[in-house]
Design a protein around this ligand. Structure first.
Ligand code: SF4
Length: 115
């Protein structure tokens, strides 16, 4: 499978991955990791994030799910190893898109407590 097809596959299954992670029994290493993590870490932001409250941290895989939810706000790094907010949301519609992006992230790499 080439890179494009792989990214397409991952993109279409990002929300599915999140649902499957949510369905994992509430015991075991994954649940412990998720319960300890809970949210993105503003001290580990990707450096390209636009200044502001929204950011992607260094746990981005990347799976593309958030880009589908907020294509005007998020973009891939030059080497396509992660995504970041190339600008902050403006207005209620873009804030909502950013929220959907946060909810779609299977690794909880998106935060909104930045500065
Ligand atoms: S921030 Fe989350 S949803 Fe977006 S590409 Fe990275 S891992 Fe996927």
């Amino acid at each position: 499978m080439d890179d494009t097809n792989y990214k397409r596959l991952i993109s279409s299954s990002g929300s599915k991955i999140r649902r499957e992670l949510d369905s994992v029994p509430k015991t075991g290493a994954l649940e412990i990791w998720r319960s300890e993590r809970k949210m993105a870490d503003k001290n580990s932001k990707q450096p390209e994030n636009a200044a502001g409250k929204w950011y992607v941290d260094t746990t981005c895989v990347p799976c593309h799910a958030c880009v589908d939810e907020a294509p005007n706000l998020l973009q891939y790094s030059e080497d396509e190893d992660y995504v970041y907010f190339h600008r902050q949301p403006e207005g209620a519609e873009e804030e909502e898109a950013a929220e959907f992006a946060l909810q779609s992230c299977p690794t909880e790499a998106i935060g909104k407590d930045g500065e």
